[in-house]
Ligand binder design. Structure first.
Ligand code: HEM
Length: 201
């Protein structure tokens, strides 16, 4: 229960070790399994395109989710690990974007031709901005304004909203090529919905 007028000071309790390691296991298992399943759509064979869903799921759900839950633990070391996981998330995602870019070039397809492609590009740009701002202003060693509560709140809120949008974007990407596969869509989408309160809130 939060006292009236104290929302700015509210922060959810940090996860217990058991909760933390459960989330870590779920995030890693989900990314590898569902990223692979998404990559096999719709033909069932692994090809250049397949790396796009796989790397985007590992980057935006796996590494980014691990970064978010690790930050919840608080403290110097966890904050630095959070930053490293955030950048790993981005490098993994850059790989995923490169694969879909090359795949489109190889096949003569148009770029940025769908809502998924356009929102996805916005998500990746937003992640780059959040990573740069976090590193420049909030790094625990050399951040220019690491105690600034407004910047910390803006970084946290914008990051959570960006990742929620990323997860919706990933689901829409899968929906675009496997709309009739209800079981796969449920297996990909429902865990993400279940993870939101534990990872992104
Ligand atoms: C947050 C995760 C994701 C992001 C940020 C993202 C981003 C993008 C971007 C930027 C493009 C356009 C590339 C270009 O036009 O050259 C694209 C294309 C595509 N993505 Fe994703 N993607 C994500 C996850 C997924 C997933 C999980 C799937 C599942 C299969 C998927 C399927 C596709 C497909 C089929 C295309 C080509 C058609 C189109 O442009 O819409 N994506 N994605």
């Amino acid at each position: 229960m939060v006292a009236q007028g104290s929302w700015g000071k509210y922060s959810p309790p940090k996860p217990s070790p058991a909760q933390y390691y459960t989330l870590v296991t779920v995030l890693i298992a989900y990314s590898l399994l569902m990223g692979r399943q998404a990559g096999l759509q719709p033909t069932g064979e692994w090809r250049l395109f397949s790396w796009h869903p796989f790397l985007m799921t590992c980057g935006m759900v796996g590494f980014a989710g691990l970064g978010a839950v690790t930050k919840k633990l608080g403290g110097y070391a966890n904050t630095k690990t959070h930053g490293i996981l955030g950048w790993l998330s981005l490098f993994c995602s850059f790989g995923g974007i490169y694969c879909i870019y090359r795949n489109k070039e190889n096949n003569g397809y148009l770029h940025l031709s769908s809502p998924h492609a356009m929102v996805g590009t916005g998500v990746v740009i937003s992640c780059v901005g959040l990573g740069l701002a976090g590193s420049i202003f909030l790094h625990p060693d050399f951040g220019m304004d690491k105690q600034n509560k407004t910047i910390r709140f803006a970084h946290k809120t914008a990051s959570r909203l960006t990742l929620m949008l990323a997860w919706v974007t990933a689901f829409l990407g899968l929906f675009g090529i496997a709309a009739e596969n209800t079981l796969l869509l449920a297996a990909y989408g429902l865990p993400l919905v279940a993870l939101v309160p534990f990872v992104l809130m």
